[in-house]
Structures are given as structure tokens and as C-alpha cells.
Design a protein around this ligand. Sequence first.
Ligand code: GLN
Length: 239
Amino acid sequence: MNELTVYHFMPDKLNLYSDIGNIIALRQRAKMRDIKLNVVDINETEGVTFDQCDIFFIGGGSDREQALATKELSKIKTTLKEVIEDGMPGLTICGGYQFLGSKYITPDGTELEGLNILDFYTESQKDRLTGDIVIESDTFGTIVGFENHGGRTYHPYGTLGNVTHGYGNNDEDAKEGIHYKNLLGTYLHGPILPKNHEVTDYLLEKACERKGIPFTPKQVNNTEEEAAKQVIVNRVTQK
Ligand code: GLN
């Protein structure tokens, strides 16, 4: 049986609003393709290499937990940047997304250093951007989720798509997340993957491509995933 391995970074600190559900969705969608998904939890990064890793995942957390997690992740930031540049698929959520940039400015003006892997920053405000969110994406179609963040992120890179309901990266440009090579960063909790099988399959397919294993069949039954997505779409459009 073919296998893929996910490195799940800092699950002890970054697991807001059931971010762990993303791992469950990856495992389930891999199983539909007869691929076994191994998950390695990494809370201490000293000496970690990505030799066995096919996909990496970093969840979200409060400002405090984010700062602690970033300190730990900074030990491997050079390697993490290299694998991202090399096209390793990865998913980072909210706090995990914010800290890929150069800095995070808290609502009281304190500057917390980011991993500086990509050239962007996040500035937080006291009023939070919260609620259901719907995005239209050229790559993934309709994406739904739940957001709750004080941070406003600004960057020049590709995004997941245009926000039709909710906020996304900030409360100005109606764009959500980041899409750089095969790295996805997003404010969507909820968790994002169970309701958005296109995103889950994207990560798995890119991992299979890199590893040289098949990702078939292309057609699987998505009835339940589509129904879950529709609940959110209906909720925001009926408001
Ligand atoms: N601390 C960050 C913010 O509020 C991230 C929160 C989160 O991960 N949900 O912007």
C-alpha cells in the first residue's frame, strides 16, 4: 500500500476550533485512494529534518501560544523555507499562517518576530474579524469556513481567492489566505479541510506527485463534503 507522511507541528499549542479535524480529513481522503497516511506530531523541533515528510501542517493559536510555537519553529526556519521553495505541500492556519511572515504586531503595538519565510506581515487590532466565511477561488471553487482573528495580513502573493462573505486577510481587500507554490495559508478554522475536499485533495495530489505515487481514482463520492459546505453557504446567504 502506498503511504504519505504528514508532519503536524506544535499540536500541543496550535489546535484552535478543531484544527485537528484537518488531519482526520487528510487521512480519510487518502484512504479513499488506498493511501495510508502516517502522522508525526512534532512539539520539539531540535534536529528535525523533512526527510520523511510529504505534507506539513501547522494549526492556529492565541497570540501567546503562537509566540511560543514560533520560538520553537524558528530552530528549523531555514529548512522549512527550503522545503516550501522546493514545492512541499503545506497547510498553515491563522496563527500558523501569520508567523510565516516577518512580524506580528499585537493590539498593544508589541512587535513579535515571525519566521520570515515569506515577505509579509500581520498587524492585529482589538476588534476581531469573526464569523462564517465564503470564498470564491479560481483553483478550488467555493471554499467555506469560520474565522476569528484580530490580525490583519497584507501581502503581494497569490491568495486562496476572493471573499464573498466575511473578512479574510484583512478588512480592506476582500482576499483570503496565501497560495505560494504548494503552500497554503488561511484564516479558515472550522476546520477547513472536511468541508472543502478540493483543498484536501490538492494537498494530497501534490504530495503524491512529488513522491511519484498515483492519486487515483479522481472521481470519489463527495456527497457528504458538499452537504457540509452547503450548510455554511446557506447560513450566510439566508442572513
Ligand atoms: N492570534 C491571532 C489573531 O487573533 C491568531 C488567532 C487564531 O489562530 N485564530 O489574529
